[in-house]
Design a protein around this ligand. Sequence first.
Ligand code: DQA
Length: 146
Amino acid sequence: MPPRILVLNGPNLNLLGTREPEIYGHGTLGELVDGLRAAYIGRAEISDHQTNIEGELVSALHNAESDGIDGVAFNAGAYTHTSIALRDAIAGISVPVVEIHISNVHRREAFRHTSMLAEVCLGQILGFGRVSYSLGVEAIVRHLNQ
Ligand code: DQA
């Protein structure tokens, strides 16, 4: 059975398509997830969730295992740089999580250079635009198949 991957998105990522398109591109989050689903038919079953609420992200991580999720591709948006709660949630579950960013956060403001999550994630993928998500899903699928 193909692994089940949750593509989890945090605050403001619902605005993809209209939000700062010079940084985040013109396609919507729905289009991005549809593209992933199509690309991974037979290799991974993609589910997705987006919320602007930090506690809902914590709960989505807690529920991942009981929901049958094998790995999480997680773009926590700005909470990446601030959220000890999300870090603790990732540290507290056994499902592997890959940190994703569309932009190269290291080329941007200094406050984006710190990730609260990196240390407890399997790895980070950033700076490849929307391809960051495909690379993140690919990384988890390969990790799970190892
Ligand atoms: C982001 C980078 C974050 O710094 C920012 O707050 C976002 C998006 C990215 O995908 O590049 O919301 O996670």
